[in-house]
Ligand binder design. Sequence first.
Ligand SMILES: [Zn+2]
Length: 158
Amino acid sequence: MNILPRFVVDVMLGSLSRWLRLFGFDTLYRNSFTDRELIKISIHEDRILLTKDNALAKSKLLKKVLLIQSEDIKEQIIEVLSMLPKSFDLLNLKPRCPVCNGEVENTIKEKINGQIPDYVLFSQKDFMICKSCGKIYWHGTHKDKIDKIKKEILKSLK
Ligand SMILES: [Zn+2]
């Protein structure tokens, strides 16, 4: 089995980083990363650097880098995903927390009682929690919307 690539993303690509996490990719992003830090992280942690900065992309120190061309978020996601091996089941990877890149795991109502609005607790049954920041996610219209966008994107890959 192929190992999922990991990314580090420059300051201009915040939305792209959230989407890659939603797809399930381990993606580092901070709006304060300097070019030096980005290069260092890419090399030391073996992460593909995604950047909109032409000069940075040409750095001879970098082994793994992709210069993102488009301004459009969907196009940007397609640029990244189309360089990956076709063997990944991109629709069904386990998503990561879009806020902090943490791993999310299933949780049960009893554990999160009091942390989310009652109407959500009563109307939903599947919950997930981020192991790092504790943010709680549930399957609802939001997930349906995300899945729809994912499918659209994956269709245009073929
Ligand atoms: Zn989190």
